[in-house]
Ligand binder design. Structure first.
Ligand SMILES: C[S@@+](CC[C@H](N)C(=O)[O-])C[C@H]1O[C@@H](n2cnc3c(N)ncnc32)[C@H](O)[C@@H]1O
Length: 199
C-alpha cells in the first residue's frame, strides 16, 4: 500500500481519526510541538502540512496563540476529523508534494512527522520552501543520523506503514542548497529532531 494512502485506508472512520496521536502519548503538548510554538510569532500565519487530526492547531488554540492557521493532509478522514473538531479554522486535502498554495503565502510552513513517509524528501521540503515567506520547520521522530545512506522502506504491497530513516549529512547537504540559516535541536521530547530553515 502506498504510504500516503495508508492512513485513510487504515483509519476506519472519522471518530477514530479524531483520536489518532492524541491517545499515543505524543499529543497536544508534546515538547516538539511546544518548540514549534517557540519558533513562530503571534500575528503570523502557519501552514501545517500533513496535519493529521489537528493536534498542532489544538496546541495553538489551548496556548492562546494568535496564529493564522491552515492544516492540510492527504487523508480525507483526517481532514474531516479536523473540520468537526475545529470548524473555526481552515482545513484542506492536499498532497505535500504538490501544494495548492501560492509562493510565499504563509510565514511558516511546518512538516511534522510526515517526511518519514515521503521519498524523496526534497519534493515536500522544496514545496514547503516555495510556499514559506520566512521559515520552514521540520520535525522528525526518527532523527536523521550518520547512516551512510538513507534507509527507505518500500511497502507498497502490504498493509504496514513503515517509516524511512534518513542520512543526516545527505539531508544537511540538501538543506544547504536552500539556505545557510539552519538550526537543529535534538531530543526535543523523546527522539524528536527539530530543524529550522530561515530565509
Ligand atoms: C504521523 S502523522 C503526523 C500528523 C501531524 N503532523 C502530527 O505531528 O501530529 C502523518 C500524517 O501525514 C499525512 N501524510 C502522509 N503522506 C502525505 C502526503 N504526501 N501529503 C500530505 N499528508 C501526508 C498522513 O495522512 C498523516 O495524517
Amino acid at each position: 500500500m502506498k504510504k500516503e494512502v495508508w492512513w485513510d485506508r487504515t483509519i476506519q472512520n472519522v471518530e477514530q481519526a479524531k483520536g489518532y496521536i492524541r491517545g499515543y502519548g505524543e499529543g497536544v503538548f508534546f515538547p516538539s510541538r511546544m518548540k514549534v510554538l517557540d519558533l513562530i510569532k503571534d500575528g503570523e500565519s502557519l501552514l501545517d502540512v500533513g496535519c493529521g487530526p489537528g493536534c498542532e492547531y489544538e496546541n495553538i488554540k489551548e496556548s492562546k496563540r494568535k496564529i493564522v492557521y491552515k492544516g492540510v493532509d492527504y487523508s480525507l478522514k483526517m481532514i474531516q476529523a479536523c473540520r468537526e473538531l475545529f470548524p473555526e479554522t481552515d482545513w484542506a486535502v492536499q498532497d505535500a508534494r504538490i501544494l495548492m498554495e501560492d509562493d510565499k503565502s504563509f510565514d511558516t510552513v511546518l512538516l511534522r512527522h510526515v517526511l518519514e513517509f515521503i521519498y524523496p524528501y526534497s519534493v515536500p521540503i522544496g514545496e514547503a520552501w516555495r510556499v514559506a515567506k520566512k521559515r520552514v520547520i521540520l520535525v522528525f521522530w526518527i532523527p536523521p543520523q550518520n547512516k551512510g545512506a538513507d534507509r527507505i522502506s518500500f511497502n507498497e504491497d502490504d498493509d504496514k506503514c513503515q517509516a524511512n530513516a534518513y542520512d543526516l549529512p545527505t539531508l544537511m547537504a540538501y538543506l544547504k542548497t536552500l539556505t545557510d540559516k539552519i538550526q537543529v535541536w535534538e531530543n526535543v521530547g523523546k527522539s524528536n529532531m527539530v530543524i529550522l530553515l530561515e530565509k
